[in-house]
Design a protein around this ligand. Structure first.
Ligand code: ADP
Ligand code: GLC
Length: 497
């Protein structure tokens, strides 16, 4: 198949969260399975580094958002170790900025214009490069306009008559909602601003737009696919998702095992596999303790957490039990950035208890690898989690996750019970209720297991034996693409351009 994947971030070009890992991981996996994959991204300042090879294509794009003309040029690159092609949309006014979506804690005021323009430029890229895609696969609200453009405008044009529209929802908490005056930026007629299509409670909603107009919608785990059809997790769009439920599938993300593999990870002090996990992790732990001036005691369990510091990630649960937590023989290492009140809380904790808590407020890919390798336990007490990647990285690195039993965490961590231990399938610890007490109780269970070598070795071995490669998920995406193509009307509208 010819697949055009559109995303607002992808490693190594730009990253704020898991979407970046997924966009490139899935592109590589689909390409390795023989598909012709083009990944289209904004050309952000983050991608302008010497380390990223790219070249001009000589192609210019032009589109309009209502009365506003938008022009861009296109650069070309590749995903390392893959045939997947990357096209970067160069529009300095929109994308040559310090952040991707946010500056000093506030959304850029022109985000609607930036990503409506990007969505239109993606479709114009397909035209300019004669890609004739079978599938245009959009991701999250930033590209939520694309399925609407496909259905309303492009399907009538040559080269797009049999192109299916697929949308993946990575997070219902971000919907791209804008005041109704921004509707003109979509370039679509006001008749689409109604509650069945692009409007939601008086606002333009780009995620809803993508859901409504796609031929198939996926989200990033089977459990989250069920959860978002309920009012607890649907963030107000549960009714829309129920209505479109027949085209919704949950597909668990994979991980890029070329990048997240303790056997070949250049960021960690000693590479290791299942066979030498003990000395390997011991060396990585010691180095991590040293880096953060924690006592280099090999027996104190070290708990790591790498995360956007947002409401989603469960920092409030840690706040709620921190005094009890610090009474344990434990070390805590945090890496993250985000909401200032959580940053302040963690920074403050590290300065008051340097014997037990270390923190790095910022974004540091290398340190993320070192924390995964050097920790014994990984904390993921997320309030909700569409998929989550770090619990999978943790298992691959022999680090045992403690997770809230929601979304992708349920689908990727097998709770440790006497039965799952005996069956040699347990890989971590679930807590059910979203409370500090429930989290603390289950973390204490994990600490007890840590002190029992027989149990701990089994947990590590089970986790490291799991297959998290993208190939498995890519196969399910293929089936979804096939279904989306099969659902296209036989006689598409054939109005000339
Ligand atoms: P989300 O996309 O909701 O942030 P995921 O678990 O899917 O959560 O993915 C987060 C990704 O971002 C992981 O690869 C994680 O290691 C990375 N990450 C998050 N915060 C940081 C940080 N401060 N420094 C380095 N990597 C980070
Ligand atoms: C989102 C979700 C996260 C998921 C990631 C990639 O940011 O919060 O759970 O893993 O997207 O799909």
């Amino acid at each position: 198949m010819r697949i055009l994947l559109a995303a607002s971030e992808a490693v190594p070009f730009a990253k704020t969260g898991g979407l970046a890992d997924v966009a490139s991981g899935l592109s590589k996996a689909l390409s390795a399975r023989g598909h012709e994959v083009t990944l289209v991204l904004p050309y952000y300042r983050q991608a302008m580094s010497e380390a990223i090879p790219r070249q001009p294509t000589g192609r210019f794009l032009e589109t309009s958002l209502g009365d506003l003309k938008v022009r861009a040029v296109v650069l070309e690159s590749r995903l390392e170790g893959s045939d997947a092609r990357v096209l970067l949309i160069d529009h300095p006014h929109y994308f040559d900025r310090s952040g991707l979506y946010v500056q000093q804690g506030s959304d850029y005021p022109d985000n609607c214009e930036r990503f409506c323009a990007f969505s239109r430029l993606v479709m114009e890229t397909a035209r300019a490069f004669h890609l004739q895609p079978d599938i245009v696969h959009a991701n999250d609200w930033q590209t939520g306009l694309i399925p609407a453009l496909q259905q309303i405008e492009y399907r009538r044009q040559s080269g797009f008559e049999r192109t299916a529209a697929v949308l993946t929802i990575h997070n219902m908490a971000y919907q791209g909602t804008f005041w109704q005056q921004d509707m003109h930026l979509t370039g679509l007629g006001h008749e689409y601003f109604n509650w069945n299509q692009m409007e939601h409670y008086g606002q333009l909603n780009l995620l809803k737009t993508g859901i409504v107009f796609s031929d198939a919608v996926t989200t990033v785990s089977p459990t989250y696919a069920r959860e978002i059809q309920t009012d607890r997790f649907g963030c107000g769009l549960e009714g829309v998702l129920q209505h479109h439920g027949s085209k919704l599938t949950g597909i668990l993300n994979g991980i890029d095992i070329d990048v997240w593999n303790p056997e070949s990870d250049p960021a960690i002090p000693m590479p290791y596999s299942k066979e030498n996990v003990k000395p390997g992790k011991a060396a990585c732990k010691k180095k991590l303790q040293r880096r953060f001036n924690l006592s280099e005691n090999p027996f104190t369990p070290l708990c790591g957490m790498i995360s956007r510091m947002s409401e989603q990630k469960g920092f409030d649960l840690i706040q709620g039990c921190i005094n009890d937590l610090l009474r344990e023989d434990i070390q805590l290492v945090f890496l993250g950035t985000g909401d200032s009140h959580y940053e302040d809380f963690i920074r403050d904790l590290a300065s008051k208890r340097p014997d037990k808590v270390a923190a790095m407020i910022g974004f540091d890919e290398t340190l993320a690898h070192q924390i995964e390798a050097g920790s014994d336990i990984y904390l993921m007490p997320s309030r909700f989690e569409p998929c989550g990647l770090n619990q999978m990285y943790s298992q691959a690195y022999g680090t045992v996750p403690v997770v809230h039993a929601v979304g992708g965490l349920v689908d990727s961590v097998i709770d440790c019970t006497p039965e799952t231990l005996a069956d040699r399938i347990a890989t971590g610890f679930h807590f059910q209720e979203y409370t500090s007490d429930a989290f603390l109780a289950r973390l204490k269970d994990a600490l007890a297991a840590y002190r029992d070598d027989d149990v701990w070795d089994v947990l590590i071995d089970n986790g490291m034996s799991c297959d998290w490669s993208w190939n498995r998920s890519a196969e399910v995406y293929e089936q979804t693409y096939e279904r989306a193509l099969a659902s296209l009307p036989n006689n598409p509208p054939s109005t000339p351009e």
